[in-house]
Write a protein that binds this ligand. Structure first.
Ligand SMILES: NC(=O)c1ccc[n+]([C@@H]2O[C@H](COP(=O)([O-])OP(=O)(O)OC[C@H]3O[C@@H](n4cnc5c(N)ncnc54)[C@H](OP(=O)(O)O)[C@@H]3O)[C@@H](O)[C@H]2O)c1
Length: 288
């Protein structure tokens, strides 16, 4: 039987892509939000959201959870999963949290070494009600980490060959999280993808049409990708992490499409074409 918990939803990563979208959608739905952020004074949050200090690396801040029954959790890159995320889960259980919606990655159940699976296993053993959002690659990486490749250089610069990726829109991931909180889902893992898997060449074509200028797919060799990405200011560790991700796509292992977004939300997943239209201004240059 599912139990719908009341009271504010505690959101970790509320200033980030997924957490931020969850906050906006919860506020629109009239649900109270307590945002756990490292710097409450600087976090730009919607009106009515309670901002409290939470730093995963500082257990003295974990008391921010007091009184919350529901929590959205992610593993923030740069934090140590065992030292900084698992203790927060234990503290959440002690302080009465009952339902944790955790942002994971597609295929986490098959790759035991990823930090996301470590969190999943801890939640499974915790006695808490857990929901895993195992998300495919975000479309929003093109408005984030790859934004300037498109905006300034008219190219998609990733070494993914002709492999297909089942890109998902962060807004859909957030909508599933909001539904999980509203309906009290627990002990369920959702594999969240778009309704189609595209090559990066196809994505470049969509961007070209949307922007009215040619965006090409560069598909660099792996070592060239690392060298050029580093020369553009990306730390080596992150360049190597991206290389690993794009190699997975190159090998044809990132293209699995599930109908889960459609099943949970009762509507199609957001398409790449709609995502591109909605974010068009992000890639525009002053020269038009
Ligand atoms: N990108 C993808 O395609 C993809 C796909 C599936 C899953 N994922 C997973 O999604 C997660 C990242 O989600 P996202 O893209 O929404 O994150 P994001 O936009 O990179 O934002 C990270 C968030 O974590 C917060 N944070 C960082 N360090 C913290 C700390 N020590 N204590 C508390 N909060 C901290 C940041 O807050 P500040 O404002 O304080 O910096 C920010 O709100 C990762 O686990 C990633 O593996 C990503």
């Amino acid at each position: 039987m599912t139990t719908v918990e009341r009271g504010p939803v505690f959101v970790v990563g509320a200033t980030g892509q997924v957490g931020g979208e969850i906050v906006r959608q919860l506020v629109r739905a009239g649900v109270g939000v307590r945002a756990g952020v490292r710097d409450p004074d600087r976090a730009a949050l919607p009106e009515g959201v309670e901002a409290v200090r939470l730093d995963l690396t500082d257990p003295a801040t974990y008391g921010a959870l007091e009184g919350a029954r529901r929590m959205f959790l992610l593993w923030a890159p740069g934090t140590d999963v065992r030292r900084h995320v698992l203790p927060l889960i234990d503290e959440a259980a002690r302080r009465g949290v009952r339902q944790v919606v955790f942002l994971s990655i597609l295929g986490a159940e098959r790759v035991r070494i990823v930090p996301h699976r470590t969190v999943e296993r801890h939640l499974e053993a915790s006695g808490l009600g857990w929901v895993f959002l195992r998300a495919s690659y975000f479309m929003q990486n093109f408005t984030g980490v790859h934004r300037d490749d498109v905006r300034l250089r008219d190219e998609i610069y990733v070494p993914a060959g002709r492999g297909r990726t089942s890109f998902v829109d962060v807004r859909d991931v957030a909508a599933v999280a909001v539904r999980a909180f509203a309906e009290g889902f627990e002990r369920r893992a959702y594999d969240l993808t778009g309704d189609a898997a595209l090559t990066y060449g196809e994505v470049a074509d969509i961007l070209s049409v949307t922007l009215g200028r040619r965006v090409r797919y560069a598909d660099p060799a792996p070592l060239t990708f690392v060298r050029v990405t580093r020369s553009r200011g990306t730390p080596l560790a992150f360049a190597l992490f991206m290389l690993a991700e794009y190699t997975v796509a190159r090998l044809g292992l990132a293209g699995r499409v599930t109908g889960t977004v459609r099943e949970v939300l009762g509507r199609p997943a957001t398409s790449w074409r709609v995502f591109a239209e909605d974010h068009r201004q992000v890639w525009l240059r002053g020269d038009g």
